[in-house]
Design a binder for this molecule. Structure first.
Ligand code: 5GP
Ligand code: MN
Length: 345
């Protein structure tokens, strides 16, 4: 665990010995998943090490401009290619996820693989499925952790503008543009190092946040205007989206990214949830302010997990059943949620 000298030496030894490197990340990849994976890919290139990035499913459009994205393989689009990549790899990096189940589509293949598995991640409670684990919960993002690993290895002088953009996207998206999970000064020291490569911060921000389609913006309006319930007695707000809503607003992968944070931005709301209907299940995205752990909540009730203040999961119920059930859980958490809110102010 963590970045010790011995884990760095072991990683360097692995990179010297192994010849077929695969970089994997989690299902529904976000900015940090893609940012850290591509930063590692570019870094390995600078070391003369060829690698391949394997992403489970499609990227949201606001990440499709990222340097190196076109060389990545997408598992849903070519399952056979993906299975081959996993089977022939002798070193597999697991970026931004804490258990093999999180890749969803090729979990069994990863479990069966003969490769050495290296975890680089910042989620709590990592599974015991890795040969080498860099697992740090105090950092803003996996991208920040990877930067630190490369730095500790004495190799950060290889930093290029392309790599910097990837790292920056990971840190920027996992901190909501430096608004949460960013109280460590190191995060800003790293950000300034990245900017020193000449990368265009304003452009990167624009590409990620100011590229909404009209229907995505209107979907957000619909969420806030018609599909949000605020429960002051539980300091909770939730938003729901049915398949009908998604169809009406021409939903594309990534269109609901960030929606749940609007519910959490309401004053005196300490817990926010977004419920999205997905065929046989309802996907939940949870956020909290302060010490109330939505990770624990998602683990207990939604077959999921994540971080203390941001977690997700799935439940196999209809939307009306899910919402009624969620509301029925709140009274037993009321005291804890209110305490969290009181201490947060
Ligand atoms: P989001 O709500 O943005 O999808 O996810 C918030 C956080 O929870 C992310 O850090 C993500 O990695 C984690 N997370 C989301 N869904 C799951 C899940 O089903 N299982 C686990 N263990 N973590 C999840
Ligand atoms: Mn992350």
């Amino acid at each position: 665990m963590g970045i010790s000298e011995s884990s760095i030496s072991y990683l360097i030894k692995l990179l010297e010995e192994k010849s077929d490197v695969l970089i994997t990340t989690h299902y529904n990849p976000d900015g940090d998943a893609i940012g850290s994976s591509l930063a590692l890919y570019h870094f390995l290139c600078t070391q003369g090490i060829k690698s391949k990035v394997l992403i489970p499913n499609e990227l949201p459009s606001f990440l499709q401009w990222m340097p190196g994205v076109n060389e990545a393989a997408i598992y849903v689009e070519s399952t056979e290619v993906g299975n081959d990549l996993i089977a022939k790899a002798d070193l597999i990096f697991c970026m931004d996820y804490n258990g093999l189940g999180r890749v969803k589509l090729f979990t069994d293949q990863l479990k069966a693989a003969s490769a050495t598995r290296v975890l680089i991640d910042h989620h709590i409670q990592p599974e015991n499925e890795f040969d080498l684990a860099f697992s740090e919960v105090g950092v803003s993002s996996t991208s920040e952790l990877l930067y630190q690993i490369i730095s500790e290895a004495g190799l950060i002088s290889t930093l290029t503008k392309e790599m910097a953009e990837c790292f920056f996207v990971g840190i920027m998206t996992d901190t909501g543009s430096f608004s949460f999970a960013c109280n460590r000064p190191e995060t800003f020291v790293i950000a300034s190092d990245l900017i020193r490569t000449g990368m265009d911060v304003e452009r990167v921000h624009r590409m990620v946040y100011d590229t909404y389609s009209e229907s995505r913006m209107r979907l957000l309006g619909h969420c806030l205007g018609s599909n949000m319930k605020v429960l002051p007695e539980f300091a909770t707000a939730f938003i729901w989206l049915t398949m009908e809503d998604l169809e009406k607003y021409e939903y594309q992968q990534g269109d609901t990214e960030g929606v749940v944070n609007y519910a959490l931005s309401i004053q005196n709301v300490a817990v926010a949830a977004l419920f999205t209907e997905r065929g046989d299940r309802v996907r939940v995205s949870l956020r909290s302010k302060g010490e109330f752990s939505v990770n624990e909540f998602a683990r207990a009730h939604f077959n999921g997990g994540g971080h203390r203040n941001a977690a997700g999961g799935d439940i196999f119920m209809s939307m009306p059943e899910t919402l009624a059930w969620f509301e029925s859980l709140l009274p037993s958490y009321s005291a804890e949620i209110h305490k969290s809110l009181a201490n947060y102010k």
